[in-house]
Design a protein around this ligand. Structure first.
Ligand code: F0G
Length: 476
């Protein structure tokens, strides 16, 4: 491969010559040009990757280049927390990139939460993706997908969403004016704050009588039958952008990989993207070791956990056993089981990126765990007490790290990075119910999620409109 230091003269080859889309199944390997739009492999129906001809691309000697860009970020590409790593997702010409300044996020050392998990001080880092412009990690992916949509001249785009994807799509559409956004949400299944974003940013919003899995199925079909461009994480260009979350975690750790990455698992886009990021960094000689990736389900939406831990589903060199998956889904249908968790962003029973996530587990010696909603909300309160507001789904990562620590799989001195995928302002009802509800109210609002006790609640104190009373309460 060409190293950047030896490549200051001459134009690098066009992205269309050095990047393409390819079926994730090595046994199929069908390849497609960048300019084509496919939801899946046209030959065998499997998922697609974006792959690069690294031999012909300028690759940095080391990772310091990215730090330099961070320090002088007048160029919008350098300012972006995704595109400053552009040599690691080189599918677009710079003038096609659509960025809104996404990825200005932080990796925070959080010793209080480390103690809660059972880790030594300076061992836990929280990657706070809630700081993105639309309030979640989705903006990392959306800049990738919008850039590709720009490359292929898309005029309309759609997604299914429990809130964050729709907010992100609507925001990018509003800022760029590139295309019209259509969002599919399950009726009553979208958090209000997120619905308000989609509406305010001008997206056409379809409320489907069903849940996320229903909306996801419909949007795929609609995109196939129309010219709508699909913005869900099935889109491999979205996952290219989401690789940058790992680059920033590594950057925050001075390019020394942690022992563990812990991430909530819903549609399994992040976990898939993270695995690909590590495969490539290792292949490029930019890291020597791949961290173990732990994917955390809620017990109310446990497809990956059930398939991997109970039924032995594996990547198997790309030849995943579809029989096991289909039998599991048939069982869910027979028993009328629907995903049900307070962590709305991971309330998904049919994750579209399942197979790519299996690949991540394989390459990272990863594990899958599931945590109940009560543990998720307790973990969220601990994260909140450390001054970081995240939504319930995000806190699944912290609850999962705690479980793995208790199992002894994570050691006390392991370096752990938990991904906090979204901002606290999603699902605020759950937060307020956790802290403020009377026992009866708690039962009514969170009882059906198995949340019956709130260990770390911070109840508001009722006081009369009277100075004496107020002073008395404060001094107590
Ligand atoms: N965390 C947050 C905050 C999310 O919004 C999502 C997905 C996930 C985790 C799950 O991530 O799919 O990469 O495993 N939200 C989708 C949405 C469903 O519509 O916004 P994944």
């Amino acid at each position: 491969m060409t190293r950047l230091s030896s490549l200051n003269q001459g134009r690098p080859p066009a992205a269309s010559e050095t990047a393409h889309q390819q079926c994730i199944r090595p046994a199929c390997g069908a390849a497609y040009e960048l300019k084509n739009v496919h939801q899946r492999c046209a030959k065998c129906g499997a998922l697609l990757d974006v792959l690069y001809d690294w031999e012909r691309l300028p690759v940095p000697d080391g990772l310091a280049l990215f730090d330099e860009r961070r320090a002088s970020s007048r160029d919008p590409l350098d300012y972006s927390g995704v595109w400053r790593f552009r040599e690691l997702l080189p599918f677009a010409e710079p003038d096609k990139v659509l960025t809104i300044g996404e990825g200005q996020t932080q990796l925070r050392r959080t010793d209080g939460v480390a103690a809660y998990i059972g880790l030594d001080p300076a061992r836990l880092f929280l990657q706070y993706e809630g700081l993105n412009p639309s309030g979640s990690f989705k903006d990392n992916g959306m800049t990738g997908a919008f850039t590709h949509a720009n490359m292929v001249g898309a005029r309309y785009a759609a997604c299914a969403s429990t809130g964050n994807t729709s907010a992100s799509l609507a925001l990018f559409a509003g800022v760029s004016g590139l295309l019209k956004a259509v969002v599919f949400v399950g009726s009553g299944k979208i958090a209000y704050g997120k619905l308000s974003q989609a509406l305010d940013y001008g997206a056409t919003t379809l409320q489907i009588a069903g849940d996320f899995d229903d909306a996801m199925r419909q949007v795929q079909e609609v995109c196939l039958q129309t010219n709508l461009y699909l913005m869900n994480s099935l889109n491999p260009f979205r996952l290219e952008g989401q690789k940058a979350i790992m680059y920033r975690v590594l950057e925050g750790l001075r390019w020394e990989p942690p022992d563990w990455i812990v991430v909530p698992g819903g549609n399994l886009g992040n976990s898939s993207a993270f695995g690909k990021a590590f495969i490539e960094l290792k292949q490029l000689g930019l890291i020597r070791r791949i961290p173990r990736v732990a994917i955390i389900n809620s017990t109310g939406a446990r497809t990956l956990s059930a398939l991997v831990n109970e039924r032995g589903l594996k990547w198997n060199a790309g030849e995943v056993n579809d029989g096991l998956i289909n039998a599991y889904y048939a069982e869910l249908d027979e028993k009328g089981i629907r995903a049900h968790t307070i962590a709305s962003a991971i309330e998904i029973n049919r994750p579209v990126n399942l197979k790519k996530a299996l690949r991540t587990l394989e390459v990272s010696d990863g594990v899958v765990r599931e945590v109940p909603d009560e543990a998720i909300l307790d973990a969220k309160a601990q994260v909140g007490a450390a001054g970081i507001g995240c939504e319930p789904a995000s806190a699944a990562s912290v609850a999962g790290a705690r479980l793995l620590r208790r199992e002894g799989l994570i050691g006390p001195s392991d370096v752990v990075a938990c991904i906090l995928t979204g901002h606290q302002l999603k699902d605020p009802n759950a937060t307020v119910a956790y802290h403020a509800a009377t026992p009866e109210e708690l039962e009514r609002s969170l009882g059906s999620y198995g949340v019956h006790a709130t260990q770390f609640r911070n109840q508001p104190i009722r006081v009369k409109n009277d100075l004496g009373e107020i002073l008395k309460v404060i001094s107590d």
